[in-house]
Design a binder for this molecule. Structure first.
Ligand SMILES: Cc1ncc(C[n+]2csc(CCOP(=O)(O)OP(=O)(O)O)c2C)c(N)n1
Length: 134
Protein backbone atom coordinates (compact mmCIF):
# COMPACT_ATOMS: atom_id res chain seq x y z
CA UNK A 1 0.00 0.00 0.00
CA UNK A 2 1.37 3.41 -0.96
CA UNK A 3 0.98 6.79 0.76
CA UNK A 4 -1.37 7.88 -2.03
CA UNK A 5 -3.71 5.00 -1.18
CA UNK A 6 -3.88 6.21 2.42
CA UNK A 7 -4.62 9.76 1.27
CA UNK A 8 -7.45 8.44 -0.90
CA UNK A 9 -8.94 6.60 2.08
CA UNK A 10 -9.01 9.84 4.08
CA UNK A 11 -10.24 11.98 1.19
CA UNK A 12 -13.05 9.58 0.28
CA UNK A 13 -13.81 8.77 3.95
CA UNK A 14 -13.33 5.06 3.31
CA UNK A 15 -13.60 2.97 6.50
CA UNK A 16 -10.56 0.82 5.61
CA UNK A 17 -8.58 -0.80 8.41
CA UNK A 18 -4.84 -1.11 7.81
CA UNK A 19 -2.53 -3.22 9.99
CA UNK A 20 1.26 -3.06 9.59
CA UNK A 21 3.22 -6.12 10.72
CA UNK A 22 6.27 -3.98 11.43
CA UNK A 23 9.38 -6.20 11.38
CA UNK A 24 11.75 -3.41 10.21
CA UNK A 25 12.84 -5.53 7.28
CA UNK A 26 12.03 -6.68 3.76
CA UNK A 27 11.33 -9.96 5.52
CA UNK A 28 10.44 -12.13 2.56
CA UNK A 29 13.46 -11.02 0.55
CA UNK A 30 15.62 -11.64 3.63
CA UNK A 31 14.23 -15.17 3.94
CA UNK A 32 14.91 -15.80 0.24
CA UNK A 33 18.53 -14.74 0.75
CA UNK A 34 18.94 -17.05 3.75
CA UNK A 35 17.47 -20.15 2.07
CA UNK A 36 19.95 -19.56 -0.77
CA UNK A 37 22.77 -19.71 1.79
CA UNK A 38 23.50 -15.98 1.65
CA UNK A 39 24.01 -13.55 4.49
CA UNK A 40 21.12 -11.10 4.41
CA UNK A 41 22.05 -7.73 2.95
CA UNK A 42 20.20 -4.46 2.30
CA UNK A 43 16.93 -5.77 3.77
CA UNK A 44 17.07 -3.70 6.97
CA UNK A 45 14.47 -0.91 7.10
CA UNK A 46 14.79 2.20 9.24
CA UNK A 47 11.07 2.74 9.72
CA UNK A 48 9.34 5.84 11.01
CA UNK A 49 6.55 5.63 13.58
CA UNK A 50 3.87 4.73 11.02
CA UNK A 51 1.06 5.61 13.44
CA UNK A 52 2.29 9.22 13.59
CA UNK A 53 2.65 9.32 9.81
CA UNK A 54 -0.92 8.03 9.42
CA UNK A 55 -2.26 10.46 12.04
CA UNK A 56 -0.69 13.35 10.16
CA UNK A 57 -2.67 12.20 7.12
CA UNK A 58 -5.99 12.09 8.97
CA UNK A 59 -6.14 8.43 10.02
CA UNK A 60 -7.05 7.22 13.49
CA UNK A 61 -3.84 5.38 14.38
CA UNK A 62 -2.02 3.58 17.19
CA UNK A 63 1.43 2.04 17.53
CA UNK A 64 1.56 -1.23 19.47
CA UNK A 65 4.89 -2.33 20.95
CA UNK A 66 3.83 -4.79 23.69
CA UNK A 67 1.78 -7.95 23.24
CA UNK A 68 -0.31 -6.97 26.29
CA UNK A 69 -1.56 -3.92 24.35
CA UNK A 70 -2.72 -5.85 21.27
CA UNK A 71 -6.25 -6.89 22.31
CA UNK A 72 -7.44 -3.41 23.34
CA UNK A 73 -5.76 -1.73 20.38
CA UNK A 74 -7.42 -4.13 17.91
CA UNK A 75 -10.83 -3.52 19.50
CA UNK A 76 -10.40 0.28 19.25
CA UNK A 77 -9.04 -0.02 15.70
CA UNK A 78 -12.03 -2.08 14.48
CA UNK A 79 -14.52 0.15 16.33
CA UNK A 80 -13.35 3.27 14.50
CA UNK A 81 -15.94 4.39 11.96
CA UNK A 82 -13.37 5.91 9.58
CA UNK A 83 -9.97 4.91 8.19
CA UNK A 84 -7.80 3.41 10.92
CA UNK A 85 -4.25 2.06 11.07
CA UNK A 86 -2.35 -0.09 13.56
CA UNK A 87 1.46 -0.12 13.49
CA UNK A 88 2.30 -3.36 15.30
CA UNK A 89 5.96 -3.98 16.10
CA UNK A 90 6.67 -7.70 15.66
CA UNK A 91 9.65 -10.00 16.10
CA UNK A 92 12.20 -9.45 13.34
CA UNK A 93 13.05 -13.16 13.33
CA UNK A 94 9.51 -14.52 13.24
CA UNK A 95 9.89 -17.16 10.53
CA UNK A 96 7.30 -17.49 7.79
CA UNK A 97 7.22 -21.13 6.75
CA UNK A 98 6.66 -21.95 3.07
CA UNK A 99 3.94 -24.61 2.46
CA UNK A 100 6.57 -27.07 1.22
CA UNK A 101 10.19 -27.11 2.42
CA UNK A 102 12.80 -28.26 -0.12
CA UNK A 103 15.98 -30.04 0.97
CA UNK A 104 18.00 -27.38 -0.87
CA UNK A 105 16.37 -24.70 1.31
CA UNK A 106 17.34 -26.57 4.47
CA UNK A 107 20.91 -26.85 3.16
CA UNK A 108 20.93 -23.15 2.19
CA UNK A 109 19.68 -22.06 5.62
CA UNK A 110 22.37 -24.21 7.30
CA UNK A 111 24.97 -22.56 5.05
CA UNK A 112 23.58 -19.11 5.94
CA UNK A 113 23.80 -20.01 9.65
CA UNK A 114 27.46 -21.06 9.31
CA UNK A 115 28.25 -17.80 7.49
CA UNK A 116 26.40 -15.79 10.15
CA UNK A 117 28.50 -17.40 12.89
CA UNK A 118 31.74 -16.72 10.96
CA UNK A 119 30.64 -13.10 10.35
CA UNK A 120 30.12 -12.55 14.09
CA UNK A 121 26.33 -12.66 13.71
CA UNK A 122 25.68 -15.91 15.58
CA UNK A 123 22.83 -14.26 17.51
CA UNK A 124 20.94 -13.71 14.21
CA UNK A 125 21.16 -17.44 13.40
CA UNK A 126 20.11 -18.32 16.96
CA UNK A 127 17.07 -16.03 16.77
CA UNK A 128 16.09 -17.63 13.45
CA UNK A 129 16.15 -21.09 15.05
CA UNK A 130 14.31 -19.82 18.13
CA UNK A 131 11.57 -18.37 15.88
CA UNK A 132 11.27 -21.65 13.96
CA UNK A 133 10.79 -23.85 17.04
CA UNK A 134 8.49 -21.52 19.04
C1 LIG B 1 6.02 -4.09 -6.75
C2 LIG B 1 6.85 -5.21 -6.16
N1 LIG B 1 8.19 -5.07 -6.12
C3 LIG B 1 8.95 -6.04 -5.59
C4 LIG B 1 8.38 -7.19 -5.10
C5 LIG B 1 9.23 -8.30 -4.56
N2 LIG B 1 9.00 -8.48 -3.13
C6 LIG B 1 8.33 -9.56 -2.67
S1 LIG B 1 8.27 -9.60 -1.01
C7 LIG B 1 9.18 -8.17 -0.89
C8 LIG B 1 9.53 -7.60 0.43
C9 LIG B 1 8.32 -7.24 1.21
O1 LIG B 1 8.70 -6.64 2.40
P1 LIG B 1 7.62 -6.06 3.39
O2 LIG B 1 6.54 -5.37 2.61
O3 LIG B 1 8.35 -5.27 4.44
O4 LIG B 1 6.94 -7.37 4.02
P2 LIG B 1 7.61 -8.59 4.83
O5 LIG B 1 8.14 -9.56 3.80
O6 LIG B 1 8.68 -8.05 5.75
O7 LIG B 1 6.44 -9.16 5.59
C10 LIG B 1 9.52 -7.68 -2.15
C11 LIG B 1 10.36 -6.47 -2.40
C12 LIG B 1 6.97 -7.30 -5.19
N3 LIG B 1 6.32 -8.36 -4.72
N4 LIG B 1 6.24 -6.31 -5.72
Amino acid sequence: MLLGDLLTAVQEKLPVKVCIFNNSSLGFVELEQKVEGLLDAYTNLVNPDFARVAEAMGFWARRVEKSSEVALAVRQWLDEPGPALLDVVIDRFELVMPPKIEASQVFGTALYSAKAVLAGRASDALELVRGAVS
